[in-house]
Design a protein around this ligand. Structure first.
Ligand code: IPM
Ligand code: MG
Length: 368
């Protein structure tokens, strides 16, 4: 039997630093759990532009299509701000999402007990929070045509188009209902059916998928603006939230901050099943490339480590090992170890990026 394959794309900014810690974890599973992965590595984003003049080469795209899972660090940086839109670092990430057809983006917002005081909200509002945002990732206004900046009379007009087909809504709704069944059995769908036709269709289709296939799951609908408000007011009312690409981008950042630190949150982007029955998949931390702190040992590797835990769970059917890794992270936090993004409390131990990775490995060692 061949080992499962993993393509690592560290990217820009803090991406390579946090990914170096994930490699320690991957090695640990190889040596201590006899779970070896065939790991290859490639470039994406600004570093790929620097080397090849494009944020993602066709070769790397092909490699991504052929592996069992892709693990990505982060892309972008001020150095690339003035590049033409078509070669900006972000286009590399968007191409991966689109060509791998990763339509369901899972963004958990989970509050670690040790960090509840880091939230800008009161402890009792966020303690124990565990919600999952399912964001549609390959359609909507991010990709709809027409798009561009055009001349119109004596001025220019900027155009983007929100567009959703029924089948695009159906498949992401199914992902949300399936997940809900394995969690709190509740889905809240968010759109703006009060002002957007695409929102009217979204609501109808989600309701239909529910009634025909998932009547056992509790379904509610909310306008996305009200949803944002409710997320801040009482986030624990939610279990799974399903929403479109743009609203999901905004709501997942808001939800992430509820938990106290963007540096803690992983994500999975899943597509249709491959020949082996597993979904096409890309895993990445929710945080960006944080160029301001790159190379200083300040970055928090936990979001990227937890993204690998999601890979264990969703791509490799290793839910128990994912639990083990998540528990190791929780242990390290409970022990008071904190990277620079989480300093400020009394009695905590400041650690660097690589010391945090080492501590997670030590906690894994203690778990077997
Ligand atoms: C995200 C990011 C991306 C997005 C950018 C980097 C293209 O904000 O993953 O949430 O807008 O989808
Ligand atoms: Mg975003």
């Amino acid at each position: 039997m061949t080992n499962p394959s993993l393509l690592i794309l560290p990217g820009d900014g803090i991406g390579p630093e946090v990914m170096a810690e994930v490699r320690k974890i991957i090695d640990w599973f190889g040596t201590k759990r006899d779970l070896a992965f065939d790991v290859s590595e490639g470039l994406v984003g600004g570093c790929s532009y620097d080397a090849h003049g494009t944020p993602l080469t066709d070769e790397t795209m092909e490699l991504a299509q052929s592996v069992d899972a892709v693990l990505l660090g982060a892309v972008g940086g001020p150095k690339y701000d003035n590049l033409d839109f078509s070669v900006k670092p972000e286009r590399g990430l968007l191409r991966l999402r689109k060509e791998m057809d990763l339509f369901a983006n899972l963004r958990p917002a989970q509050c670690f007990d040790a960090l509840a005081d880091f939230s800008s909200l009161k402890r009792d509002v966020v303690a124990g929070l565990d919600i999952m945002i399912v964001r549609e990732l390959t359609s909507g206004i991010y990709f709809g045509e027409p798009r561009g900046i055009f001349e119109e009379g004596n001025e220019r007009v900027g155009i983007n188009t929100q567009r959703y087909t029924e089948s695009e809504i159906e498949r992401v709704a199914r992902s949300a209902f399936e997940l809900a069944r394995r969690r709190g059995n509740k889905v809240c769908s968010m759109e703006k059916a009060n002002v957007m036709e695409s929102g009217v269709l979204w609501r109808e289709v989600v309701q239909k998928v529910h009634d025909e296939e998932y009547p056992d799951v509790e379904l509610s609908h909310m306008y996305a603006d009200a949803g944002a408000m409710q997320l801040c007011r009482w986030p624990k009312q939610f279990d799974v939230i399903v929403t479109d690409n743009l609203f999901g981008d905004l709501l997942s950042d808001a939800a992430a901050m509820l938990t106290g630190s963007l540096g803690m949150l992983p994500s999975a982007s899943l597509g249709a099943p491959m020949a082996n029955g597993r979904p096409k998949a890309l895993y990445e931390p929710v945080h960006g490339s944080a160029p301001d702190i790159a190379g200083q040992g300040k970055a928090n590797p936990i979001a990227c480590i937890l993204s690998f835990a999601m890979a264990l769970r969703y791509s490799f059917d290793l839910g128990d090992e994912a639990d083990r890794l998540e528990a190791a992270v929780e242990k390290v936090l409970a022990d008071g170890l904190r990277t620079a993004d989480l300093l400020g409390e009394e009695g905590v131990t400041p650690v660097s990026t690589s010391e945090m990775g080492d501590a997670v490995v030590a906690a894994l060692d203690a778990s077997v």
